[in-house]
Write a protein that binds this ligand. Sequence first.
Ligand code: GDG
Length: 465
Amino acid sequence: MGRLIAVSNRIPKPNERNSAGGLAVAVRNALEHQGGIWLGWSGEVSEGSDAPKITETRWNNVDYVTIDLTERDHDEYYNGFANRALWPLFHHRPGLTEFARRDMAGYYRVNQLFARLLTPMLLPDDVIWVHDYHLIPLASELRAQGVKNRIGFFLHIPWPAPELLTILPNHARLAANLACYDLIGFQTRQFLDNYLNYMRDELDIVMDSHGRMEAFGRTTQAGVFPISIDTEEFIRFARQPKSSTCRRLEKSLEDKMLALSVDRLDYSKGIPQRIEAFGCFLELYPDYRHRFYALQIAPTTREQIPEYAEINREVAEAAGRVNGKFGDIDWAPIRYVNRSIGRAALAGLYRSARVGIVTPLRDGMNLVAKEFVAAQNEEDPGVLVLSRFAGAAHELKGAIQVNPYDTVGMAHAFKAAFDMPLDERISRFRPMLQHLCEHDVHRWCRNFLETLSGQRASASLSSVA
Ligand code: GDG
């Protein structure tokens, strides 16, 4: 077996073991097992210089190679094309999509830079695994450098409906870039279908029943690989003695129920809509005043992008409005925490909540939904209220599923969740936990890598792999 080469926009620090998310843990386990390289942006922006600063650190059989981006690359590739064009469009928000040819050129330039840097490090039987929308053209840049290795790609976010994709002036180039991979993985069957329908309708390329297609002189395979969490680790975290954060929270709740939401502060997560739905809930069901707190944890991300400053303002205003209207001198329904909480403490908070509210407008998977389930007390589990537009909705069938655009529908769902009797909570929760124990992030990682290296005949084409 050759080495594994992982490439992603950001990579975790080699010694940051406890704060890394499930994905980082799973990829790192695979890398340490096979030996290999993890290449990505360092998160640093170098001033002025055009020569990229490269740092290499070897740790447990893995070379971590990071590159600083120049200010221009950071503006055009990261803030520009990746996060102001691809992110909003792939989340079906054409109104927020800002397309600039200068940014697109920067996007291709940084992908070319990654390819140039990686090519001389490669051995002939290395297997390369590229992650996410920042790096769609990487395989085509590597192929242009003569790289013949097997290269896989996993898209963490949705692939958009064809008519939306075609809003991008370079849609055909992007779809063709994707076809340079040997294996393309999507989170759900719906996102795979969006890609296949585009290939069929725009480029006349059709997939066979094994998920294979002939495109641009090569064979490419596509499949569904729903990502998951390190379930065992999360259960362990949640069962640990309560952290001081958790104890403080529980004390402050007194006898009231907790509805908890945890999201990166991003407009795709539906946070203002959810807060407004709490307002509607209190309007429709005044008896619930003084009976619960809705805690929203939402650390800021991508703060240099104007749409993210705007969402911060919108969330703060929505929370202020609902608290102003329904709050009392000794109670306010919404608590908004605009900063990050440690991973282990987070597991304890999930466990303290009667209801987990995860209502993105569109989401590739949504790991918070899975973490919430894994963290519950089996004897007295909380209820998950989950958007039908999260990839996780295909798997977590015991959740109360909602349409996050339907404020009244969400308000009714909050009531059903707060009122749900223990036996129903348990019967909804158990199959979800069992599913997550069987389908964890390690299985996801194995499935992808075995399919990529040809040890599995064909990729799964179903949203529950
Ligand atoms: C992308 C796709 C897909 C959040 N706040 C805190 C915190 N978090 C952690 C959560 C969770 C992670 O961040 C968020 O993961 P999600 O899956 O919910 O969302 P994205 O960041 O948008 O991820 C998504 C994912 O990639 C994987 O493929 O599921 O659809 O958009 O793990 O726990 N962690 C800590 N403190 C916080 O305050 N420690």
